[in-house]
Design a protein around this ligand. Structure first.
Ligand code: SF4
Length: 248
């Protein structure tokens, strides 16, 4: 092996867990630069086929904007693992939409990830932890199950976008978390881009959108909302704006 070959660090090396966070940060920056001119489909193709083959999953809420990314992924690989956090607090409409959309797009590996029965019994026996401590409820029902589900992957795909505002204003297409690379193919998309894609591909809407829900999560923490803020209606009346799986 040549000296240069011995020092070359591959994507697989960085994802092996043997390297420090700053190396994962450097990998994310390098991927963002390498794919700076790519559109969403090209970013997905590169991430799924070239950068992280067999080591990447999509995490989807099957919410108001989810159909676009699910459709794009189905264009690249219908067997890509799709993780749905089944918090047991979803609207019935979300669960039926999740089935309808997966069938329509031919997705073959949608995984319903749940908190363990033991954890629910011990930490939320009456099922109303969300009333008293929403952060603890999200940790129990979302963050911890997702952490376990992502163990086998080195990267995951998210549907976050810069126009969501707040900490997402500068969202890059590739970013590093303490444990994974996160791929955000729609980071630069606008609401108009989303709407145009939905119309062009005749994608079904989440049934609650027509009832005034701009963003859809668990029923106790989601309300109808008017105005331009697509994240409005989540954790109404609380400072909380994010469930904890992203940090922004
Ligand atoms: S969104 Fe609400 S109900 Fe769902 S996990 Fe978080 S606090 Fe619990």
């Amino acid at each position: 092996m040549s000296a240069s070959a011995a020092t070359v660090q591959t994507t697989a090396d960085v994802l092996s867990g043997a390297h420090a966070n700053d190396e994962r940060e450097a990998l994310a920056r390098g991927l963002a630069a390498k794919h700076a001119g790519d559109d969403a489909l090209e970013i997905l193709r590169a991430a799924i086929k070239d950068e992280f083959p067999d080591r990447i999953a999509l995490v989807s809420s099957f919410g108001a904007e989810s159909a676009v990314l699910l459709h794009l992924v189905s264009e690249v690989d219908k067997s890509l693992p799709v993780i749905f956090l089944e918090t047991e607090k979803h609207f019935a409409q979300t669960l039926s939409y999740r089935k309808k959309l997966a069938n329509r797009l031919g997705l073959t590996d949608v995984r319903d990830i749940r908190p363990s029965k033991e954890a629910l019994t011990f930490r939320d026996p009456s099922g109303d932890l969300w009333k008293h401590d929403a952060d603890a409820c999200c940790t129990l029902r979302k963050v911890e199950p997702l952490t376990g589900a992502l163990d086998e992957f080195g990267a995951w795909i998210t549907g976050r976008k810069q126009f969501h505002g707040g900490g997402r204003l500068n969202l890059p297409a590739f970013e590093a978390s303490p444990t994974h690379i996160k791929v955000n193919p729609l980071a630069r998309w606008s609401k108009a881009d989303i709407d145009a894609y939905v119309e062009a591909h005749d994608l079904p809407a989440h049934p609650l959108v027509a009832q005034g829900y701009p963003s859809i999560g668990c029923w106790p923490c989601t309300h109808p909302a008017a105005g331009d803020d697509v994240r409005a209606g989540r954790w109404r009346g609380a400072a909380k704006t994010e469930c904890g799986i992203h940090g922004r």
